[in-house]
Write a protein that binds this ligand. Structure first.
Ligand code: GLN
Length: 237
């Protein structure tokens, strides 16, 4: 592997990959390789300590029991926390968002400590939310609507250090009545959007890549399938 290879950490795909969120790391690698940037995915499983030396990290969704294992592992090996502190971008999806928070309550009412990277807490909502979700980004770094598929019981409340990623225009997002979707805090981008999110939202993929590379912009990429998928999903509105 060349020294210039960008290394994408896929955190705990063995327990936090139920909804195909591992695809986010594949999208990141593909979009870098298409631009001539060498990139590799490094899988970090429950058998591995979490390295703090990677360039970019992704963390997927999962069931309540799986995310409890993930919380314990990330607490025991705090490499992700150290990497985020030095500014490495982190993408966290659904249960990943919840695990990065202060605590979350499982659907049977158990409170589990998160790893405290995000100023959020999560409690079960009256009903599970399943369906398409669309939001308008609340950051100048993104210009396109975000789309995804949400499937979660937990509803997330944001504290003062956490900012929402988007304003919901279709679906539920962080929680019934909140009207917001996802979280931005430091180098972390977190969202309830499965899809995988980066296959559906290439602008978000490129934002993470640009941050990992420390550049302001990237050469645009035209991929017909991605454009078609976006158009199809936005039509839900
Ligand atoms: N188990 C969590 C919930 O139901 C997260 C689900 C997920 O990652 N899709 O809220």
């Amino acid at each position: 592997m060349a020294e210039s290879t960008v290394r994408i950490g896929l955190i705990l795909p063995d327990v936090m990959g139920t909804y195909g969120d591992g695809g986010n790391s594949v999208v990141l690698r593909r979009r870098m390789r298409m631009r001539g940037i060498d990139a590799e995915v490094v899988e970090i499983t429950l058998d591995d300590p979490v390295p703090d030396s990677l360039d970019l990290y992704t963390l997927g969704g999962g069931e309540d029991a799986a995310q409890t294992l993930a919380s314990r592992h990330l607490t025991r090996y705090p490499g992700l926390q150290r990497a985020a502190e030095r500014g490495a971008p982190v993408l966290a999806i659904c249960a990943g968002l919840q695990v990065l928070g202060r605590w979350y309550e499982t659907s049977d009412g158990r409170r589990v400590d998160g790893i405290g990277m995000l100023d959020v807490t999560t409690s079960p909502q009256a009903v599970r939310t399943i369906g398409e979700v669309i939001s308008e980004p609340l950051t100048d770094a993104l210009t396109c609507a975000l789309t995804g598929f949400e499937n979660h019981r937990g509803g997330t409340a944001l504290g003062p250090d956490a900012a929402p990623l988007g304003r919901v225009t279709h679906g539920v997002g962080n929680g019934a009545g909140e009207g917001t979707e996802g979280v931005l805090q430091g180098s972390v981008v977190a969202t309830y959007m499965h899809g995988p999110a980066l296959a559906r939202n290439p602008e978000l993929a490129d934002l993470l890549i640009a941050r990992a590379l420390g550049v302001d912009t990237l050469a645009p990429l035209e991929i017909d399938e991605v454009t078609r998928l976006r158009r199809e999903r936005l039509a839900v509105r």
